[in-house]
Design a binder for this molecule. Structure first.
Ligand SMILES: [Ca+2]
Length: 520
């Protein structure tokens, strides 16, 4: 009897081990009746090639034009929509798109922006176009603000990290049901809030992804909210201290004058703004104020925008914006999106008072208070990437040095904290690299080379073991490439070899910079 039981056990184990290849593929429509834990499939249908139209704000089809070219180029795919309820208050929408033919056997999850609240259709289309099965989530609420958080702590958890993790787990199950096996490799690709989601996954769910791209991560979500609100508060009550577009152009010109050539190439791009010692007081009017100078109040404003703040409790520095970012400043300081996200953070998540307004902000106490209230739910500050690295995970982080929305200082500080936590670059470089993009804005744009293919770089790293020693970036004007340049693993910098065009990447080499002065 015991022998028989043992034999049955062995059979059972064998059956479990070979479960995947034996699983029959479920047709796209058949996925509608798939039973999942805490999840309901709400739609499953084949979309014919070029037939996808994203839903508009009212639920009907979106007006033609919005990314329609990319959608028209899509191959046929199986479109699955599901609602996930990991808590009784959860209402997380996800979509999983699976190519009808030529699936590359891999999964790519795509990230969101700001407070999210919408499926990222263009990013889904890009991933599907590369042969991936792809997924996106609305992160558990509808719309771009944070009013959803009032009285809904579980929805805050969904937004902070749970929606993305649950989406990932459920998507893999759906993919495995549709094809004959689950994805052989899984990737994350996101920028801005999507970069924050990327790091959160690496920190909290090291088994979810083999490779992760974290672009311009809003990892210090509460610190950035504090900075944007602090500057807006100052400028809201003092119109004379605001900077016009002419003022920011003046500042940007002066920054280039002072620092463009420090990197050896005068190209209207400051390659390492942390080495740029620029004091806006240089521009202060000597006599009568006119367009060629700044008033003392405006000088103070510029200094405030560059200035880091320190969290009074943790003593951790919260980055200001860096020299080079001036053209992205607004009359109330940081970008409108940074300001709106910051206001919502304090209104709905810190003070839980819809009437709270920017004039009530107190930088001395509220910066620390915001971080404490978040309790590492949205913030992605944990430097312990050890479990992700130990599983063989690869992480590419990138950030534009001229980002006016999420300071590039966030990325540099996080990179340094990871090095300190894990024992230096030697322990980390085989798994985690940071690429700073000179002159690039928030996730794209700017005077520096700002177009590059991080997905290919990460695929090569994960699938062929070829670590990215440089990633070629290009800059275009009117859709014509006018400059290429390597992006280098931080702290290396693209260094001119001394001959040939400075607009050609081949004439640059990634090299450690000379000893740095004290960092900003
Ligand atoms: Ca330069």
């Amino acid at each position: 009897m015991r022998v028989l039981a043992g034999g049955l056990c062995a059979l059972l184990v064998a059956a479990l081990l070979i479960d995947r290849p034996l699983r029959a593929a479920t047709s796209c429509e058949g996925l509608a009746s798939l039973t999942l834990p805490n999840a309901t499939i709400t739609a499953a249908q084949v979309v014919e090639a070029g037939a996808f139209a994203p839903p508009g704000p009212g639920g009907g089809a979106a007006p033609a034009g919005a990314g329609s070219q990319a959608f028209r180029a899509l191959p046929a795919f199986c479109r699955v929509a599901a609602t996930l309820r990991p808590s009784s208050d959860s209402d997380i929408k996800i979509e999983v798109w699976m190519p009808a033919a030529n699936w590359n056997g891999k999964f790519q999850a795509v990230g969101n922006g700001a407070f999210n609240g919408a499926i990222g259709y263009p990013a889904l289309a890009t991933a599907l176009g590369r042969g991936y099965a792809a997924a996106s989530t609305d992160t558990g609420h509808v719309g771009g603000g944070a009013s959803f958080a009032l009285g809904h702590p579980e929805k805050v958890v969904d937004f902070g990290w749970r929606a993305v993790h649950e989406m990932t787990v459920t998507s893999k199950t759906i993919i495995a049901a549709h094809y004959e096996a689950g994805p052989r490799l899984s990737y994350w690709n996101g920028c801005s809030a999507g970069g924050r989601q990327a790091l959160k996954e690496a920190q909290r769910f090291p088994a979810d992804f083999n490779g992760i791209i974290a672009g311009a991560p809003g990892l210090d979500w509460t610190g950035r909210a504090s900075q944007a609100v602090h500057v807006a508060q100052t400028l809201q009550k003092n119109e004379g201290a605001r900077l016009s577009p002419a003022n920011t152009q003046l500042l940007h010109g002066a920054v280039l004058e002072a620092c463009d050539a420090l990197d050896g190439v005068k190209d209207r791009v400051v390659d390492d703004p942390t080495r740029c010692r620029f004091d806006p007081a240089l521009l202060q009017c000597k006599g009568t104020a006119d367009a060629s100078c700044l008033t003392p109040a405006q000088v103070t404003t510029a200094r405030l925008l560059y200035a880091p703040q320190v969290n009074s409790t943790t003593k951790r520095e919260v980055a200001g914006l860096l020299p080079g970012s001036e053209l992205g400043w607004t009359d109330l300081g940081w970008s409108a999106s940074a300001r709106a996200t910051g206001l919502d953070q304090f209104r709905f998540l810190v003070f839980k008072d819809p009437r709270w307004d920017i004039d009530r902000f107190n930088v001395a106490t509220d910066l620390a208070r915001a971080e404490e209230a978040d309790d590492n739910t949205i913030n992605a500050l944990d430097p312990n990437l050890r479990p992700f690295i130990d599983r063989g995970g690869k992480l590419i982080q990138y950030h534009g040095w001229s980002d006016p929305q999420i300071s590039p200082g966030n990325s540099v500080q996080y990179y340094r904290r990871v090095m300190e936590a894990l024992g230096g670059a030697g322990k980390v470089h085989a798994s985690y690299r940071l690429f700073m993009a000179p002159g690039m804005g928030h996730c794209s744009g700017g005077d520096g080379p700002n177009t590059f293919d991080m997905v290919s770089a990460l695929e090569q790293w994960v699938e062929s073991g070829k670590a990215p020693d440089e990633i070629i970036a290009s800059h275009s004007t009117n859709r014509v490439v006018d400059r290429t340049r390597p992006l280098c693993p931080y702290p290396q910098m693209a260094t001119y070899k001394g001959s040939g065009s400075t607009d050609e990447a081949a004439n640059f080499v990634c090299k450690a910079p000379p000893a740095s002065p004290a960092s900003r």
